[in-house]
Design a protein around this ligand. Structure first.
Ligand SMILES: *Cc1c(COP(=O)(O)O)cnc(C)c1O
Length: 412
C-alpha cells in the first residue's frame, strides 16, 4: 500500500497567492467591467534587458551547431558564470570565496526550500516573522514544525519584526534555535538589516553552533553603501551561514530561472557523535543526485548581467522600480498611512487602520479601489494588521493604483 507523507497534510490549505487569486477571480466574475490593478504578487513586469536578450540569442545559436551544442552541464553550474559571480558580487565587497563554494541553481525558491534536507528532522528552526512562506512550508513537509495552532507552528520560533520593534528581530531567548532563516532586504516588510545587527546573528550562530540560511534575493535594491549585501561581509559568517541569491528580482529572471547558493567549505554541522560534516560536500552530493543543472541559455543570460552594458541596463530597471517605491511611499504617507520599507527593497509594508484585519483591508481595497495588495497575515502571525504592496508594476499602473487609493481613502 502506498502511504502518503502525512506531513504534507499538515500544510495550510492553500498557497497564499492561490487564496488571493481566488478572491480576485470572484470579484472579477461579479464585476466583469472592472479593471483590477495588482500590486500583490512579487513578480517583475519589465522586459529583460538587451544585453541579456543578446546573450540568450547567441547561446541558442551555439546550441544549433554541432560544435556549440551542450548537453548536460556541470550540476554546480558553468565556471564562466561562477567566476563572474565571485568577481562581481563578492570580491568588490571584500568577500573571498572559491569557485567550488558557488552552486548555480534554477532560482532561489528551489534551494531555500531544498536546503533543509541536509539537516536532521528535529532541528529547531527560527524565522523572523512575517516571512517568505517557503522556509516554513518546506520544513513542514519533512515534519519539522510540529502542529499548526492559532496561526502558528508549535515547533517554530517566531521572531517578530513589527513597527513596535523597528523591524529589528530580537535574538531568541530560552531554547536555542538550531537553524535560523534570515531574509534581507526583507520580503515582505521591505526593511533591511544593518551590519551591526547582522553581526549579532552571526555571533549567536557561532556561539550556539547554529546554522544561518540567509536569503539575499533583493540585495540589488540596497541603496545605502553601509548596508551589507552579503552575510559574508560579517566576520565569522563563512563558518555558520549559507547564502541564497537570485537573478529573478535583480534582472527580471522570474521566467528565465537562474540563481545561486553559496555554501562555504567552513560551514559544518554535527552528528550525534560530534563528528563535523561539511555542508559543501553534502550539498554537492545532493545536487548531483537530484539536480541536473540550470539551462546553458539561462546561465549565459545571467553572465550577461555582469558585462558593462548588462550592469548598467539592469540598474536602470531597478531604478525604475525604486521610483515606483518612492512614489508609493510618498503618496501613501501623504494619505496618512503608516508605511515602511520601500527604500532598499521593492516592497512597501503598510499598517492597516485600527480594528481592521489584513484580509478585511485586502477586500476593502479590492472592492473599493480595484487594487490588489497582499494581506500581511499570509506571511505569518506578526503580519496581521499589515498589507504588502509591490513596486514591480509599470509607472502607469502604479500611478493609477495610487490615484484610486487616494480617491477611495478620501471617501472614507
Ligand atoms: C522572489 C524571491 C526569491 C526568488 O525566487 P526565485 O526562485 O529565484 O525566482 C527568493 N526569496 C525570496 C524572499 C523572494 O521573494
Amino acid at each position: 500500500m502506498a502511504l502518503v507523507n502525512i506531513h504534507f497534510l499538515n500544510l495550510q490549505q492553500n498557497y497564499l497567492f492561490a487564496d488571493i487569486a481566488k478572491k480576485v477571480n470572484a470579484f472579477r466574475v461579479m464585476h466583469p467591467k472592472a479593471d483590477v490593478i495588482s500590486l500583490g504578487i512579487g513578480d517583475v513586469t519589465q522586459p529583460l534587458c538587451p544585453a541579456v536578450v543578446e546573450a540568450m540569442h547567441r547561446a541558442v545559436d551555439e546550441m544549433a551547431t554541432a560544435d556549440g551544442f551542450r548537453g548536460y552541464g556541470p550540476e554546480q553550474g558553468y565556471d564562466f558564470l561562477r567566476e563572474a559571480i565571485l568577481k562581481n558580487d563578492f570580491q568588490p565587497r571584500g568577500v573571498r570565496l572559491s569557485i567550488d563554494e558557488v552552486f548555480i541553481n534554477d532560482g532561489a525558491k528551489s534551494d531555500t526550500g531544498n536546503f533543509q534536507e541536509l539537516l536532521h528532522w528535529d532541528n529547531f528552526i527560527g524565522v523572523t516573522d512575517p516571512i517568505y512562506p517557503v522556509y516554513i512550508d518546506s520544513n513542514v513537509m519533512i515534519g519539522r514544525c510540529g502542529t499548526y495552532r492559532d496561526g502558528r507552528w508549535t515547533n517554530v520560533r517566531y521572531m517578530p519584526t513589527t513597527a513596535e520593534n523597528g523591524f529589528i528581530p530580537e535574538l531568541p531567548k530560552g531554547r536555542p534555535v538550531d537553524v535560523i532563516y534570515l531574509c534581507y532586504p526583507n520580503n515582505p516588510t521591505g526593511t533591511v538589516i544593518t551590519r551591526q545587527e547582522l553581526r549579532k546573528w552571526v555571533n549567536y550562530a557561532l556561539k550556539n553552533d547554529a546554522l544561518i540560511l540567509f536569503d539575499a534575493a533583493y540585495q540589488a535594491y540596497i541603496q545605502d553603501p553601509d548596508i551589507p549585501h552579503s552575510i559574508y561581509e560579517i566576520r565569522g559568517a563563512r563558518k555558520c551561514a549559507v547564502e541564497f541569491r537570485s537573478f529573478s528580482k535583480t534582472a527580471g529572471f522570474t521566467g528565465v530561472r537562474c540563481g545561486y547558493t553559496i555554501v562555504p567549505k567552513d560551514v559544518s554541522v554535527s552528528t550525534f557523535e560530534g563528528e563535523r560534516i561539511p555542508l559543501n560536500q553534502l550539498w554537492l552530493r545532493r545536487q548531483c543526485t537530484k539536480f541536473n543543472g540550470t539551462s546553458y541559455i539561462s546561465q549565459r543570460a545571467a553572465e550577461a548581467i555582469y558585462s558593462p552594458e548588462g550592469k548598467q541596463q539592469v540598474q536602470q530597471t531597478i531604478n525604475y522600480y525604486m521610483q515606483n517605491a518612492a512614489r508609493m511611499l510618498s503618496v501613501l504617507r501623504g494619505l496618512g498611512f503608516e508605511v515602511y520599507g520601500g527604500e532598499h527593497a521593492p516592497y512597501i509594508w503598510m499598517r492597516v487602520p485600527d480594528g481592521t484585519t489584513s484580509w478585511q483591508f485586502f477586500e476593502q481595497l479590492l472592492y473599493g479601489a480595484n487594487v490588489v495588495c497582499t494581506p500581511g497575515v499570509g506571511f505569518g502571525p506578526s503580519g496581521e494588521g499589515y498589507v504588502r504592496f509591490t513596486a514591480f508594476g509599470s509607472h502607469e499602473q502604479t500611478e493609477e493604483a495610487l490615484k484610486r487609493i487616494e480617491k477611495w481613502k478620501n471617501q472614507h
